[in-house]
Design a protein. Sequence first.
Length: 129
Amino acid sequence: MELDFGLVDRIAQGPQWVYWWTRVIDVTNWLLIPFAFIDKRARWALLAWVCNIVIIITLFNVYGYSRILGLSHIIVWLPLLIYLAKNRRPLNRENVAGIYLHWFVLIITISMLFDALDVVRFAYGDTQF
């Protein structure tokens, strides 16, 4: 599969806050890599990120830059959030990866709220950003 940078270019052409929000998400996801070496939950999150990349690129290649792209986050992150919620510990009992995962959960939860709105809007015919 060829990585399509057209998606990143399209995001960059939109509102600045969307561009910077996606950069926060990207950095948050990249930080999963070192934490995956020390925490099983981070390994599952890293796997979810890879799956999300495959799905979002596929959706982009089929639908273009449209609101349906948020579906990839809902498909992948909702089960991950359930898993992470069931396996969380209080902050004072977490290792460094676990503390990071609290941040990760916050970021993907906020993102999923935006994504859910986009998918609903797509379903009602408002397809383009």
